[in-house]
Structures are given as structure tokens and as C-alpha cells.
Design a protein around this ligand. Sequence first.
Ligand code: PLP
Ligand code: SF4
Length: 341
Amino acid sequence: MQDKIIFAASSPDPTALQASWQQQLSNAIRDPAALCTRLGLPEAWLPGASAGHALFGICVPDAFLRRMTPGDPSDPLLRQILPLGEETVTPPGFVADPLEEADHQPAKGLIHKYAGRVLFIASPTCAINCRYCFRRHFPYSENAPSRAQWQEALDYLRADTSIHEAILSGGDPLAANDRQLAWLVEQLESIPHLKRLRIHTRLPVVIPDRVDDALLGWLASTRLQKVVVLHINHANEIDQAVVDACTRLKQAGATLLNQSVLLRGVNDDVTTLATLSERVFEAGILPYYLHVLDPVQGAAHFDVDDEQARELLAGLRDVLPGFLLPRLVREIPGEASKTPL
Ligand SMILES: *Cc1c(COP(=O)(O)O)cnc(C)c1O
Ligand code: SF4
């Protein structure tokens, strides 16, 4: 998609023969019929999948697809990416911009809602399209700043000494190329009051090969403290390649956290959530947030009501050590932080 990064591709080791992450991303399945064929789903799924796809296109790379069970329409990874006819249903309260982020943009591509930290829309795209995503209606084309536009955001950060943390988000910030990211991080680290760089990404999970030498180069060398917040909703998302990618991120000095979304039909029971926390920790990641669904149009069929969400958390508390318990939160427009349930 973006410029190809050429790595030091000198050694004839077998991994050099694998497709680069960019190739894997451009080979992602983006068509409902291809998805149904690839996973052996009955033709009956196609009309619904096509209706949902027309609202928010399918995107799923093979590295993620491989972790699904073919022929199982209730596979918890498949449910996150398979468009459904239900997405055309628009119950009251489920809106296009549930977080009202359009109101908090001091510069193009920059969201400043919470004290001490700002969020950059560092890339307009993702490596996977998650059906429940609150950004499914986001006006990304208006939020893919050029370097000149980044200057405006960087000037804002320089001028506000209360900001200590820059969060790269998106879309998925790691869908941007490393030249761009290295430049942005270099700009950020030149701001004296900035202490931390946080990256909110699903790419190391979706395409573990994204965590390559080019990425590790700029990540390891920045003076900023580094936190990578991954997004994993089900233990089946973590295979050995993901564990290895996490190990590389940690070796580059990053603290790894995970945020999940509570999703009906994917992870809405205590055993599944407890297994997720255990598996996440085995991969060197600590659970951070468990978000209740943002009421975004097209995702109502994933909703778990608040009472059930609280019961699930209580159930988790009974079986997990405290440090494996995520914080159950909701994002409420206008609040100064995420709100615990
Ligand atoms: C979630 C979020 C953050 C980070 O919040 P933490 O509680 O620090 O994880 C920052 N800015 C925006 C706009 C957010 O939505
Ligand atoms: S922003 Fe995150 S949740 Fe939304 S589609 Fe992209 S990867 Fe999925």
C-alpha cells in the first residue's frame, strides 16, 4: 500500500522468502464471496455479508484468517470480521460518531480530550476491519495529515507543557510506513516535556511480521518511554507468531498492555475472558481495559448490557489474580477519562 521498506535483505535465511507485511496486507481478503469460499461458509451467509460489506468493507489478512476454524460460523475470530445483515439495523442510540470526537480536534489529526495526553490519528487505515469498531464511520479521508499538517499538531504539543504523553492511534498507526513513523517520533522526542510514546495497535496481532527490523529500529532508539497497547478480544488470536512479535517489542523496551472490547458472541462469558487474560499474560502482556461497546451504528448485535458486563467482571474477579483483571470501562463523551462501570 505505502512505499515498500527495503530491509537489510542480505542473508539467505528462509524468513526472507516470506511475504513482507505490506504484501500480506495488500493480499488481505476484501470480498465477501472470497471470504465465504476460503472458510467454507454456506452460501446462505453471502447476502448478509454483502449487505454489511457495502456499509464497511471487509478486510482480513491471511495471517489472522489462519487462526479461524473453517466451516464454523460461530468462530470467535470470524465473528469479529464477518459482515452481517444485522449491520443495516439502526436502533435508536446507535450513532455514527458515538464519542463526539469531532468536537475535540485542536489540529487536524489530533484529539485532545484527556489531561496530559493527546491522540494522533497517525494512519487512516487498519490491517483488519473489525465490525464493532467505533471508527467504522470515521471521516478518515479528512484525517490523513501530511507532514505539513503534522507540524500544526506538533506546534500544539510544543506549546502545551502539560502534555506528557503522545498516543499514536488511528486507524492503526502501524499501518503507516516506518519512514513516516520514524520522522514523527523524532519530532515528538524533540519536545522536552514529552515523556511517553504510546502506540495503540492491532497490527502485531493481525500481521505479526509487521514487527520487523525497520519498526524495531525507531522504537528501540527513542528516548521516550514506550507503551504498546494491543487489541486482542479472544485467546485464539494469540498464536506463536504473535508471542514472538510481542517478545521483539519487549526487547525494544516497550511495556505491553492489552485492551479488549466486550462482544456478544465473541467473549461474553467468564471462561473465555479468564482464558484471554491468562493467554495475554503468557505472551508478556498485561490486561488493561475491557471496553463496553461504543454505541456505533451497525454494531448493535454485539452489545452486552451493563448488568451482564458487571456480572462478568465479578465472575472474573473470583478466578483471576488482581493483576490479570482488566478495568471495565465505558467512554462517555465529555468525560475527562474513561468511566469505570
Ligand atoms: C482512550 C483515550 C486516551 C487514553 O486514555 P487512557 O485512559 O490514558 O488509556 C486518550 N485520548 C483519547 C481521545 C482516548 O479516547
Ligand atoms: S481501529 Fe482497531 S478496532 Fe477499529 S477496525 Fe481498526 S483495528 Fe479494528
